[in-house]
Design a protein around this ligand. Structure first.
Ligand code: KIV
Length: 302
């Protein structure tokens, strides 16, 4: 089978399947989606994992960061995604403050994402300090994906969206973080915006897959944000992203054509219209006619 073809197009992707892909060196394809139509489309394209990222705060809800995203937002959007995706593994992000306060709160929040929204797994940001929470969720039967490197929920502490772990100490800590997450039972770890060499080293140390974003090609898989890939995020494109289509331009063109048609009386046409027979129309006119505008070409009846 070609490396371009997904694992088994008929079978639901599981966390075990991702580990098999790592050992078989088959790159794991992950992308974000936030609603039913986008989930359907990315699944039809054969992705392995759909992440309902808290990036939805920026891509869909118009905030400047992921911090205002609530658990309610995540529950609603994850449920929309699972209605559109039957095969890909759906992972829901745990939003800011849904898992940091206590393990109990984290368990309740993750439980809602799985039970109410149908997510197969959750993702949470942070290194070794989150390991006890990861372990608790895994013990409760909830698969957890870790996320280290640039962790956007800590943007204020990190001083911006910058490449992380460039120095030796921070790089060594990142490897320790990955190992702690794996030891706690995480089934995969996202590596965001770290040097490619470090990502490759972490990938080689772990038995669970790594999924990179801005972490070079030495990871077991890659994740990208739907809106970046498709040109739906405005002019700005992060350095780690690649635009594969300009869907934004297509949308603008189509909506401009629609507006022109409406203003030029070219839409709706006969194909989009239905009619009633003349006798019925006359009946309506005779009972309500004085209050109705005359239709069909003879102007307005007062
Ligand atoms: O929220 C998100 O989209 C993410 C990815 C960038 C990994 O966490």
């Amino acid at each position: 089978m070609s490396a371009m073809v997904p694992m088994d197009p008929a079978r639901a992707v599981t966390t075990t399947a991702l580990r098999v892909m790592k050992s078989a060196q088959r790159p794991i394809v992950m992308i974000t989606a936030y609603d039913t139509p986008s989930a359907r489309l990315v699944e039809e394209a054969g992705v392995d994992v759909i992440l309902v990222g808290d990036s939805l705060g920026m891509t869909v809800l118009g905030f400047g960061s992921t911090l205002p995203v609530t658990l309610g937002d995540m529950v609603r959007h994850t449920a929309a995604v699972t209605r559109g995706a039957k095969r890909a593994l759906v992972v829901a992000d745990m939003p800011f403050m849904s898992f940091q306060v206590s393990e109990e709160e984290a368990l309740r929040a993750a439980g809602r994402l799985v039970a109410e929204s149908g997510a197969a797994a959750v993702k949470l940001e942070g290194g070794a300090h989150t390991a006890p929470t990861v372990r608790r969720l895994v013990q409760a039967g909830i698969p957890v994906m870790g996320h280290v490197g640039l962790t956007p929920q800590s943007v204020h502490q990190l001083g911006g969206y910058k490449v992380q772990a460039k120095e030796a100490d921070a790089a060594a800590t990142l490897i320790d973080d990955c190992l702690a997450l794996e030891e706690a039972g995480a089934f995969a770890v996202v590596l965001e915006c770290i040097p490619a060499e470090l990502a490759a080293l972490a990938t080689a140390q772990l038995t669970v897959p790594t999924i990179g974003i801005g972490a070079g090609e030495g990871c077991d898989g890659q994740v990208q944000v739907f809106h970046d890939l498709l040109g739906l995020g405005g002019e700005f494109l992060p350095r780690h992203a690649k635009r594969y289509a300009d869907v934004g331009a297509l949308v603008r063109e189509a909506v401009t054509a629609y507006a022109d048609d409406v203003r030029g009386h070219a839409f709706p046409g006969e194909e989009q219209s239905t009619h009633m027979d003349a006798a019925t129309l006359e009946n309506v006119r005779s009972t309500r006619g004085r209050r109705l505008r005359r239709v069909g070409g003879s102007g307005t009846e007062a």
